[in-house]
Design a protein. Structure first.
Length: 113
């Protein structure tokens, strides 16, 4: 599956627009991550535990979106947009949306161009 934040794919012809697909996940951080993140906030630096949780949430949402696209016959998703939103203390929602399309790969013949 081809994934892109752009509205076109170089070297591919869009045969059919199949609709909007999305994936969502809600994650919560546990108390230990909150404690270590608070210490990181005080002393400075990055919170690798929160970064890992965010990566996992993004991967889950992307996987869900790809599964939806495959179910409707898409082989690519255009215009992908990721959104992160705090629902309440310790809870984060990751949403990803895009346009599912059916594409055909084509090659430009430079000898005859």
């Amino acid at each position: 599956m081809i994934l892109s934040t752009t509205s076109t794919f170089k070297g591919h012809h869009i045969e059919n627009y199949l609709g909007i697909v999305s994936g969502e996940t809600i994650i919560g951080a546990n108390i230990f991550k909150d404690i270590f993140a608070s210490i990181t906030d005080i002393v400075g630096g990055r919170s690798s535990s929160y970064e890992q949780v965010l990566r996992e949430a993004k991967a889950t949402a992307m996987s869900e979106m790809e599964m939806q696209a495959r179910q409707i016959g898409a082989n690519a998703i255009l215009g992908i947009d990721l959104d992160y939103e705090t629902i309440r203390q310790g809870m984060l929602m990751v949403t990803v949306t895009g346009t599912a399309v059916k594409t055909k790969n084509y090659k430009i013949n430079l000898e005859h161009a």
